[in-house]
Ligand binder design. Structure first.
Ligand code: UD1
Ligand code: CA
Length: 453
């Protein structure tokens, strides 16, 4: 149910210059989706009445399609985090509940933390602002939280504006705030840009709230959860944290990971019970693996389904819309794309199977290739149940192999094969008796003659 007293503003106007990228920072992916989508997902779990994403003209076209479920506010030109929130003023008109203000570059914040922030904002003393704080190993350039003797927050000082004493403070600003929406814009109006960057800082609303006689409070969070991403190194750090969480969750749900540190998941990977995943397996987005499946080492899967009891790999690639049936086997150096492989079918070695239906219990011999692309269009291959495709067969689509049919090794199959028929396309074999021995003798004599001259 919608929480009529909760709204969120997500700041995403910065280009993220420290990333040195043409892609806006908040769109850099983590576990297979843009970092801002992780954050919006956590926010969504609190069912806020409205969510506003603040973009700049420079990033708008790229960011807007990713945040379709939110209102868009434009900050033009970006002039600080406080200035960004001011840009959301019109979108927030009439709202006086609690406002979560978040940074699109701090994507690992969880639903639980957001709920704790909301509770703190509504808690004792009616604080104007609850700020998420944390104690990183290296406080680096994070803003420092300056508290009074009573433990309440008096102000936030940005690293560049801090003196040597303030820089020794280990408690830092994570960038998430829960603000009393009745005063948010009044507090912002009370701030100025008289600081090292010449920008309007969101962090200055703390001092403004204190000056207005309100208290502010700190909720301490887990450093791994509030990592801000400003550089590629921090992006990799966040990916590592997320991957460890996804590995732990997969194991907690009943999957065996032989070497967890080498398995890479997407945010939405689904593994059933008693799935075994060998070393060096990568799951792209949209993978659904049912119970009892074994995925051997060095496989790459994306946007595909694997039914119960199937065996994949080692060294297999399942591309989008591969649909592997119960108990089917896809072996080494096999690529499957947009294909249904029915129950018990086997594609064990060195094959490409694309735009294909493989019938139940069909056997696809080593080196079989579906020739699905004529240079202009893609065509389908239909292989009936129980068919046996000989090694090194080329199936030139569109083509249909009937149920129980057999193709001879090395055949190029251009025409449909009726059920239970044998199709061979290579010409009859001729043996020339003694030819090889004669050939070797002639060549040896030739070489000896050359050596003399
Ligand atoms: C900010 C905080 C700092 C905190 C740190 C946590 C301020 C002034 N500083 O610093 O106290 O420790 O985050 O990670 O708030 N953005 C806009 N418009 C702008 C500027 C920024 O939308 O004009 C957005 C960015 O896209 C980004 C977020 O706000 O998602 C934070 O901006 P960034 O420049 O990364 O702030 P930090 O220097 O990291
Ligand atoms: Ca940042």
């Amino acid at each position: 149910m919608t929480d009529a007293n909760l709204a969120a503003i997500v700041l995403a106007a910065g280009q993220g210059t420290r990333m040195k990228s043409d892609l806006p920072k908040v769109l850099h992916p983590l576990a297979g989706r843009p970092m801002i989508s992780h954050l919006l997902d956590s926010i969504g779990r609190l069912n806020p009445a409205r969510v506003v994403t603040v973009v700049s003209p420079a990033v708008r076209a790229a960011v807007e399609p990713v945040v379709v479920d939110t209102l868009i506010a434009v900050q033009d030109p970006p002039n600080g985090t406080g200035h960004a929130v001011m840009a959301a003023r019109a979108a927030m008109a009439g709202f006086t509940g609690d406002v979560l203000v978040m940074f699109g570059d701090t994507p690992l914040v969880t639903e639980g933390t957001l709920r704790a922030m909301q509770a703190a904002r509504r808690g004792a003393g009616n604080p104007a602002v609850a700020v998420l704080g944390f104690r990183p190993d290296d406080p680096a350039e994070y803003g420092r939280l300056i508290r009074g003797a009573d433990g309440n927050l008096n102000r936030i000082v940005e690293y560049r504006d801090a003196d040597a004493d303030e820089r020794t403070v280990g408690l830092c600003n994570a960038g998430v705030m829960a603000v009393d929406g009745a005063v948010l814009f009044d507090l912002l109006d009370a701030t100025d840009n008289d600081n090292a960057k010449g920008e309007y800082y969101l962090t200055d609303i703390i001092a403004a709230a204190r000056a207005a006689g309100r208290i502010c409070t700190v909720v301490e969070g887990d450093p791994d959860e509030v990592l801000g991403i400003n550089s590629r190194a921090q992006l990799a750090g966040a990916e590592a944290i997320l991957q460890n969480q996804l590995r732990a969750a997969a194991m907690a749900n009943g999957a065996t990971l032989t070497d967890p540190a080498t398995v890479y998941f997407s945010f939405d990977t689904l593994l059933g019970r008693d799935v075994t995943v060998g070393p060096n397996v990568v799951f792209g987005p949209g993978v659904d693996v049912a119970d009892g499946v074994e995925i051997k080492a060095f496989c790459h899967l994306e946007n595909c389904r694997v039914a119960a009891g199937a065996t994949i790999g080692p060294f297999a690639r399942l591309r989008p819309d591969a649909d592997i049936g119960p108990g089917a086997r896809v072996g080494n150096f096999v690529e499957v794309k947009n294909a249904r492989v029915a129950e018990g079918a086997k594609i064990n070695h060195l094959s490409y199977v694309g735009d294909t239906d493989v019938g139940a219990r069909a056997n696809i011999g080593a080196g079989t290739i579906t020739c699905n692309y004529d240079g202009f269009m893609k065509w389908r291959t239909e292989i009936g149940p129980g068919a046996s495709i000989g090694s090194n067969t080329s199936l030139v689509a569109p083509v249909t192999i009937g149920a129980g049919a057999i193709t001879g090794a090395g055949s190029v199959i251009r025409d449909d094969v009726p059920a239970d028929a044998l199709a061979v396309s290579a010409g009859p074999q001729t043996n020339k008796d003694g030819f090889a021995a004669g050939y070797r003798a002639a060549k040896a004599a030739e070489k000896a003659e050359k050596g003399k001259s």
